[in-house]
Ligand binder design. Sequence first.
Ligand code: SIN
Length: 288
Amino acid sequence: MDGAASITVRPFDAGLGAEIAGLDLSVIDADGFAVVRAALDRHFVLRLRGQTLSEPELIRFGQMFGELDPPGPNPYGRPINPDHPELNVISNVKADDGVPIGNLGDGEAVWHQDMTYIETPPKCAVLYGVEVPVGQGDTHFANLFDAYDALDDGLKARIDGKRAIHDASHNSAGMLRKGYEEIDDVTRTPGARQPLVLRHPASGRKCLCLGRRPRSYVPGLTIAESDTLLDALWAHATQPRFTWVQEWRPGDVLIWDNLSVLHRRDAFDGAARRILHRVQIKGDAPPI
Ligand code: SIN
């Protein structure tokens, strides 16, 4: 099961993402990982079904991509997993004292790239569905290479060489992060200034880099000009023709390349239990 010979990689019809079968991530070896690594560079989002991963096994798999990027405390100031600080938990479930055991609750998580509000954002993430309600809480991905390629030449010229501020103050569920205050002037948004177009370090191919829409701002433009430009780019990049949707089953593992795709999560019934374990891998250098 862990040798590379029996592994298959089947691209999804959406033109983004692929399903890997014949691989048990709990015992993956270097040959199996080489297949995963190559498939991620080619398809940007990967799914493996039917996995059973302990916390150390998920951490070990994540470390095959590089150094892990431990999550901070949750918005209530509580460490996510003191025994395994590298592990993040995405969940609406609450502990006995009423504090959520993880992040993001049960609401929508808006379109975003992970932590592009720091100078060197993470390169990829692994998300493992431990307990998931079937038929809700879908996770959507959008292909930032195809979105860039499909821009008209005028828009490509307008964004060439420009940067945008990516908001560090709120998470993708809209919650204010600890240590930040609400701001109403987007020219003062805290966060890294990332190029609107970057060359992906693995392929050199150009893709959009949008981060997250709320509170984003393009320095050098008026707020109205910046909003018009960003709204046009976001409306373009999130069209269904660039997207693939993950409908979760327990045991699913998703891996995505953070510079290649945006992602968002649908809201789901708060009475349902949803628990996912997640590791994130540090980036190597600021995007250029
Ligand atoms: C995330 O943005 O990492 C969470 C996605 C999800 O809850 O499906």
